[in-house]
Design a binder for this molecule. Structure first.
Ligand SMILES: Nc1ncnc2c1ncn2[C@@H]1O[C@H](COP(=O)(O)OP(=O)(O)OP(=O)(O)O)[C@@H](O)[C@H]1O
Ligand SMILES: [Mg+2]
Length: 125
């Protein structure tokens, strides 16, 4: 059982989040530059002709697929390393993944998800 975690984070937090995950042995991840907004609909700036809304805020979408038993730890690490306490800190979505195939080897499932020295490998030692 695998889960996909999609975290929308502040671009300036990318380095800290990546470091926190790597320290814990969570290695595989994708980063995508995205634009969007949350429930405030963006942020208000004041220009010379008055206030205006910026509703396309730059964020990084961090996508990580992990074994289901690693979801809580992964989410906690992201939350702790991405937070400033201000609105716009981001959101995290968690969804199910049916299977994983490593293209090079054809391995599927848990085998395809294991890396030497990763979070699960460390637990076994
Ligand atoms: N429901 C959603 N679906 C898809 N993307 C979202 C959703 N909510 C937020 N995002 C993405 O996350 C980014 C950060 O959202 P944001 O932190 O403002 O969420 P929020 O729910 O408004 O939380 P807060 O109240 O802390 O601001 C947005 O710029 C957008 O890219
Ligand atoms: Mg918001």
């Amino acid at each position: 059982m695998f889960k996909r975690i999609d975290a929308y984070i502040r671009p300036e937090k990318t380095h800290a989040v990546k470091g926190a995950l790597q320290n814990a042995g969570i290695y595989g991840m994708s980063f995508t530059e995205v634009k969007g907004h949350g429930r405030q609909g963006g942020t208000k700036l004041v220009g010379r002709s008055g206030p205006y809304m910026i509703d396309m805020l730059e964020r990084i979408q961090l996508t990580i697929v992990v074994s289901a038993h690693n979801v809580d730890e992964t989410v906690t690490l992201i939350q702790e390393s991405a937070a400033t306490g201000e609105t716009g800190d981001g959101v995290i979505f968690i969804s199910p993944v049916e299977d994983v195939v490593r293209i090079r080897t054809g391995e599927r499932g848990a085998k395809a998800m294991t890396y030497s020295g990763d979070i699960d490998d460390r637990r076994q030692k």
